[in-house]
Design a protein around this ligand. Structure first.
Ligand code: SF4
Length: 71
């Protein structure tokens, strides 16, 4: 399996990434990696790729400041 992004990663910190959007005071209602335009994985999986974090996988419940609507 691909490496998972950790919240200690410098880029993750810079982008305020969290594994659970509920733990972010910046994430808007309903925003998470599973419905982000930059998410590249299976949207029904627990983890998957993100185009801004290289080969690392992010949690589909997660969030970061680059979130953009996939809709
Ligand atoms: Fe999640 Fe989107 Fe941020 Fe990637 S860019 S970590 S998919 S919110």
């Amino acid at each position: 399996a691909a490496e998972r992004l950790t919240k200690d990663d410098p880029q993750a910190k810079a982008m305020k990434y969290v594994h659970d959007a509920a733990n972010s005071d910046q994430a808007g209602d309903g925003e998470n990696c599973a419905n982000c335009a930059l998410y590249t994985g299976d949207r029904s999986a627990d983890w998957g790729g993100c185009s801004i974090f290289g080969g690392r996988e992010v949690n589909t419940k997660g969030w970061c400041t680059a979130w953009a609507s996939a809709g």
